[in-house]
Design a binder for this molecule. Structure first.
Ligand SMILES: *[C@@H]1O[C@H](CO)[C@@H](O)[C@H](O)[C@H]1NC(C)=O
Ligand SMILES: *[C@@H]1O[C@H](CO)[C@@H](O)[C@H](O)[C@H]1NC(C)=O
Ligand SMILES: *[C@@H]1O[C@H](CO)[C@@H](O)[C@H](O)[C@H]1NC(C)=O
Ligand SMILES: *[C@@H]1O[C@H](CO)[C@@H](O)[C@H](O)[C@H]1NC(C)=O
Length: 499
């Protein structure tokens, strides 16, 4: 019995020894890594830096370098372990200094429980570009020290980056001890449809100001997720599979910046108010062909609208300026835009009135990007441009593609030309239908003419050859020589094939 107990003790000691050996030696860590100590006289660094990126470390270090002032909560330590193949991350050594920690590209699959147990003032943690899944991330990983009344103390974590991992769902209590988070990224994780536990986890983050859920295969966002996030200012949901703006978005009462791009949305409708929205990005949506301009009454505070690279969008209605009266920047480049206002709104008194209205609304617009669109330069476009009254950048490729007469004309020159008369001369007024290029009389005439020329030239050449031949045979030096026809049957090799 006693021997058994001894054996057990030895085993346990070995295990502990093995465990401690599994850490890098902190006293000599500065030989492998870059250590820089904050120096108040140089003012370059306001923090102590331990840069162990790409240093072939396999384990966490067991102690801080001696020169670091680890017991001073006023100090800040920045640690990078990025680019080391660690697979498993062990707890950090104790310090009461503020801590900024990163382990990107560490091939992490596992996180020790109590990762930040002894670093209660951890501010930022970057664990992106690893192989972490949702089951590895638990409340046990992100917790403070044991606290009698309420299990564990909370961490003061402010920023957490979990982007580029393999998270499909979060456990519902993962953020239980880090509810102070202000910035969270879950970008490039295949979240798909947000599961109930993921939603529960996210709902706890009521102090969140920035949430990145981009490129996460989202098909839907539960409408309650953001209800308690009264501080949320920036939401990134681009690069997902959303077909409409999720209702949840309209629950974010403080939202200032929204990126909706690269989603398969075909009709854009801001159907509920977002009173504080200043920046809206709706770029690279291949299906977008309709924008409910009147719905922009719901986003009156908009300052910038980025609507680039929407290849299905042919018309943009500048009546938007009447709703978002503070709009300063409007980027409409790289799309398929032909018209700046609906083509059915012809040049008549009401349009001119409209454009005068426009003019009074245009006071805020400072930047209008129109480059790389197949503009149809007609009277409407000229009127709009004149009244926008902005100088277009002549370096940018903003040119007319139709009508033929104005092809390649830079939009900045359009205002100097009497387009309204030109267009009226070319096509009858009010004709909306324009024949395709190959059906226009000019094109048909040209086609017939070229066919006629080809046929005529052919006939002439044929006649010349016939004449020449006649003359040559008459002279006895013909091209043709007598041919001897032999019967195939009579030749021997053919017999072989007949077998
Ligand atoms: C701070 O830096 C200066 C110049 O690099 C050096 O002379 C000085 O000893 C440093 N002070 C401390 C406290 O490290
Ligand atoms: C808009 O979003 C796209 C991604 O969809 C991004 O590439 C671009 O930089 C954003 N533009 C602005 C002005 O935010
Ligand atoms: C434009 O949008 C398409 C998707 O519609 C995307 O694949 C492409 O990368 C975008 N191009 C630019 C320059 O953003
Ligand atoms: C002018 O515009 C109004 C609508 O704004 C329309 O009812 C009217 O038919 C237009 N007139 C012409 C001549 O196109």
């Amino acid at each position: 019995m006693r021997i058994l107990r001894m054996l057990l003790f030895v085993l346990v000691m070995c295990a502990i020894a093995a465990n401690t050996a599994d850490f890098e030696d902190g006293t000599s860590i500065c030989d492998k890594c870059t250590c820089l100590v904050a120096n108040s006289t140089t003012t370059v660094l306001s923090y102590d830096l331990l840069d162990c990126s790409r240093s072939n470390l396999l384990h966490m270090f067991d102690n801080w370098p001696k020169q670091f002032e680890t017991s001073n909560p006023q100090r800040e330590i920045v640690v990078s372990l990025s680019g080391n193949e660690m697979t498993q991350l062990q707890p950090l050594p104790p310090t009461s200094a503020s801590l900024v920690f990163s382990c990107r590209h560490c091939k992490l699959e596992n996180l020790a429980s109590g990762l930040f147990l002894d670093t209660p003032n951890v501010l930022r943690a970057d664990l992106s570009w690893n192989k972490l899944d949702g089951y590895v991330l638990s409340s046990d990983v992100f917790r403070g020290q044991y606290h009698e009344e309420e299990n564990y103390a909370s961490l003061s974590l402010d920023v957490l980056d979990l982007g580029y991992n393999v998270i499909t769902q979060l456990t519902d209590d993962v953020f239980k001890y880090v509810t102070s988070l202000r910035r969270l990224s879950l970008a490039y994780n295949a979240l798909g449809k947000i599961s109930e536990s993921t939603a529960t986890a996210l709902k706890q983050l009521i102090h969140l100001e920035y949430l990145d859920l981009s490129y996460s295969s989202l098909t839907h966002i539960d409408s309650e997720i953001f209800i308690e996030m009264h501080a949320l200012q920036e939401l990134l949901i681009q690069g997902n599979k959303l077909t409409v703006i999720p209702d949840a978005v309209f629950h974010t009462t403080s939202l200032v910046s929204l990126n909706l791009g690269e989603n398969p949305i075909d009709t854009l409708n801001m159907n509920k108010p977002l009173h504080k929205l200043h920046h809206l990005n709706m770029s690279s949506m291949p299906a977008l062909n309709r924008i409910h301009v009147d719905s922009f009454q719901n986003v009156k505070s908009l300052r910038s609208l980025t609507c680039r690279n929407n290849t299905a969008l042919e018309v943009f209605d500048l009546a938007i300026l009447g709703h978002a009266i503070n709009l300063q920047q409007l980027d409409l480049s790289q799309s398929s835009l032909k018209h700046l206002s609906p083509p059915n709104r012809r040049v008549n008194d009401s349009l001119i009135q409209n454009s005068l209205e426009l003019q009074s609304n245009l006071n805020s617009l400072e930047i209008l990007e129109l480059a790389d669109n197949p503009w149809h330069c007609d009277c409407d476009l000229q009127l709009v441009l004149t009244h926008v009254g902005l100088k277009l950048d002549t370096e940018k490729n903003s040119r007319c593609e139709t009508p033929n007469m104005l092809i390649s004309l830079h939009l900045s020159e359009l205002t100097h030309i009497d387009v309204c008369d030109l267009v009226v001369n070319e096509t009858p007024k009010n004709s909306i239908y324009e024949k395709p290029a190959f059906l226009r009389p000019r094109a048909i005439f040209l086609t017939l003419l070229s066919i006629g020329i080809v046929v005529g030239v052919g006939i002439v050449i044929g006649l010349i050859i016939v004449c020449l031949k006649r003359r040559l045979t008459d002279n006895g030096i013909g091209f043709t020589s007598p041919v001897r026809y032999t019967s195939v049957r009579e030749s021997t090799p053919s017999a072989v094939y007949q077998l």
